[in-house]
Write a protein that binds this ligand. Sequence first.
Ligand SMILES: NC(=O)c1ccc[n+]([C@@H]2O[C@H](COP(=O)([O-])OP(=O)(O)OC[C@H]3O[C@@H](n4cnc5c(N)ncnc54)[C@H](OP(=O)(O)O)[C@@H]3O)[C@@H](O)[C@H]2O)c1
Length: 334
Amino acid sequence: MARTLGNTGPTVSDLGLGAMGMSDMYGPADRGESIATIHAALDAGVTLIDTGDFYGMGHNELLIAEALRDRNRDDVTISVKFGGLRDPGGAWIGYDARPAAVKTFLSYTLQRLGTDHVDIYRPSRVDPNVPIEETIGAIAEMVEAGYVRYVGLSEVGPETIRRAAAVHPISDLQIEYSLMSRGIERGILQTCRELGIGVTAYGVLSRGLLSGSWSKERKLGRDFRATSPRFQGENLERNLKLVDKLREVAEAHGGNVAQLALAWVLTRGDDIVPLIGARRRPQLQDAIAALELRLSADELAQIEAAVPAEAVAGTRYNEVGMKHLDSEQHPAAH
Ligand SMILES: NC(=O)c1ccc[n+]([C@@H]2O[C@H](COP(=O)([O-])OP(=O)(O)OC[C@H]3O[C@@H](n4cnc5c(N)ncnc54)[C@H](OP(=O)(O)O)[C@@H]3O)[C@@H](O)[C@H]2O)c1
């Protein structure tokens, strides 16, 4: 299993592992099980691991370093996001993608990961005070110096993609893409393809909504979904009805809801690598089994009819989060 990220990026497994939930965002995670899940992913042939320096403010990178300690570093493509600023309580307090900040964040990341290079380095969001050319230019200098192999982007729209690609080749754009989040199809994917840029898709299970195991009864503590519009009240009820429809298709087909949601993203193009947010081994095994699903055109049509994008209730981030998404600001976005 292998997919190449764009014209200039690395070749990685068909599926990547997103490690965020092992440290942050989705409530408590079990450290031993997280490490066992990373090992199980590597043993199953997964070669791409995605993290961010702000996932647990270093916790996620230290966890990955521990998991990779007895593994061959060169067998793994590590993708790191930077730029998110947070206080000790975890609150989001801005973005910093100035060249000096890029180099400083990278220095800490290399120490925490215990490595001499990051494979793909990307700003998590556009810093409104810094032209993207300056941010990408700083990463390009780090490529030149050997500390970074490839330059990536995250949640940006067509104009920013073009401006960034004019400074340095871009391996991939990381962006939310699922049956429930199809904004990338309005001009962004086309731009990536025109410029030979790959896509690493996150939220393919819509952060658990499309997992098949979400329910209205699930209690949320400190969790991203506690303020995510799609998980609130009436929106959640409407969205779970869509999941029920997808479950009917899954029951007829033989997979489960999560597998169909993932398999659908895999059919969107060989240039798209889904990142699965598995943090326990059974979830990972479920996802890996989805790679074997072969969906006919008729089944794909049934899946899309079960979850029509326009029927999804609520935006994918809250109001503040949406404002930070350059990918949502371009003219064709709405
Ligand atoms: N660039 C960006 O802006 C950005 C933003 C967010 C994430 N990311 C990256 O993308 C990665 C994936 O994103 P995500 O974690 O939000 O995506 P996701 O896979 O859509 O959601 C993860 C959620 O799905 C559940 N889950 C995972 N595998 C499952 C399975 N096989 N069956 C049932 N449930 C399953 C987990 O459940 P439990 O809660 O029960 O464990 C977790 O709640 C992250 O780890 C991160 O590296 C990037």
